[in-house]
Design a protein around this ligand. Structure first.
Ligand code: PMP
Length: 405
């Protein structure tokens, strides 16, 4: 049997809906981020949509640590964590992560996606009668983990404390409860009221699972995330993060009590049955974390750059969600125009911003998700703003200040 005809038909449907994804084939240049060569596009481009938020993927400390680890230990880990793949570099990184979040232990996974899927899925399926209270805008990796667990799931309205409380109150007092949510939401860039959620968790005897993927490295005096910034790390049961965004490498983790990590280590198939990250990756991530624990300058310059881009967008009246974080969603509200703007930015201006369309965001809220970094310069910002202004006029898009969300 051959399903190529079916696959082609489904792909054509996606194309017609404007939701088919094209990938820019990039080659980042060592030490020159945000510059890159786009091999299937115009050549030299400036990247404005990377999640290497601080440019740490090009930081000399990280690169040197990775080179040194390859020289010391070779390429791969050589096995799953259980069968010969637990290297000294993995263990050191887990200690670094536990320390970053003020927790007894941490556990590494091959990505942030896998860490959510495996940890949340294991907790929800193995804690008897556990119910997961999941924020409506949680990331796909959490949704899939909860779904896979087959545990009872209750969805509460995004960042809505009254709705969360009503849903907690409606559950039997003695039933185990796990509240799953994010700190910085990736598409709107808004931030959860972590303290109030922890207060509700205490009142109703619930555990908390906090995804800090878009916050680790970026917030808090040592880059421990929003929970660190707000002094709440000890009130959150599980903090989950990635090594692939602000830390600039790849991998995911949870940080929690020693017993909880040991439990997930022992039962999560997404941890047990897969080859461990290369030791060089672990060494690079550890170097990145160590650097950002003591250096606040990347975070400081990052905040200034984000504020500058927001102010310049306001000057030309482009609608963007005015959130308190570092992600700037510029709202287009039309999938075809969104893709047109993105394509033209790339082709004519050498500016790369991937369009964000349905199903990643709801229909009618298509957007350009801009992520400034400390390594963008004033000239990059000037070019971005001039190009966006031209394209806004060309597409006859409305200019208005967006209400704060
Ligand atoms: N959680 C959230 C909120 C995310 O946005 C993402 C990735 N975009 C992940 C988890 C997965 O992290 P990773 O990219 O490390 O797999």
């Amino acid at each position: 049997m051959n399903f190529d005809g079916f696959f082609a038909q489904e792909l054509t449907r996606l194309q017609e809906e404007g939701n088919y994804r094209d990938f820019a084939e990039l080659e980042r240049h060592r030490g020159a981020f945000p510059a890159a060569t786009c091999h299937n596009g115009p050549g030299e481009v400036t990247i404005w949509c990377s999640n290497d938020y601080l440019g740490m993927g090009q930081h000399p400390d990280v690169l040197n640590a990775m080179h040194a680890a390859i020289d010391r230990t070779g390429a791969g880990a050589g096995g799953t964590r259980n069968i010969s793949g637990t290297t000294h570099d993995h263990v050191l990184l887990e200690r670094e992560l536990a320390d970053l979040h003020g927790k007894e232990a941490a556990l590494l996974f091959t990505s942030g996606y896998v860490s959510n899927w495996a940890a949340l899925g294991t907790l929800a399926s193995r804690i008897p009668d556990c119910v997961v209270l999941s924020d409506a805008l949680n990331h796909a990796s959490m949704i899939e983990g909860i779904r896979h667990s087959r545990a009872q799931k209750v969805i509460w309205k995004h960042n809505d404390l009254a709705d969360l409380e009503a849903k907690l109150a409606a559950l039997p007092a003695g039933q185990p409860k796990l509240i799953a949510f994010e700190s910085v939401y990736s598409m709107d860039g808004d931030i959860a009221p972590i303290r109030e959620i922890c207060d509700l968790a205490d009142r109703y005897g619930a555990m908390t699972y906090l995804d800090e993927v878009h916050a680790v490295g970026l917030y808090g005096p040592r880059g421990g995330g929003i929970a660190e910034r707000e002094g709440l790390m000890d009130r959150v049961t599980v903090i989950e993060g990635t090594l692939g965004k602000a830390f600039g490498v790849v991998g995911g983790y949870i940080a929690a009590s020693e017993k909880l990590c040991d439990f997930v280590r022992s039962f999560a198939s997404g941890f047990i049955f897969t080859t461990a990250l290369p030791p060089s990756v672990a060494a690079g991530a550890a170097a990145s974390i160590r650097h950002l624990k003591v250096s606040a300058s990347e975070r400081q310059i990052h905040r200034e750059r984000v504020a500058q881009v927001r102010a310049r967008l306001d000057e030309i009246g482009l609608p963007h969600i005015d959130n308190p974080g570092h992600i700037i969603p510029v709202m287009v509200g039309d999938p075809v125009k969104c893709k047109f703007i993105s394509d033209t930015l790339l082709r004519e201006h050498g500016i790369y911003i991937q369009p964000i369309n349905y199903p990643t965001v709801p229909k009618g809220t298509e957007r350009l998700r801009i992520t400034p970094s400390p390594v963008h310069c004033d000239a990059d910002v000037d070019r971005l703003i001039d190009a966006l202004e031209d394209l806004w006029t060309q597409c006859q898009l409305a200019r208005r200040p967006m209400a704060a969300q």
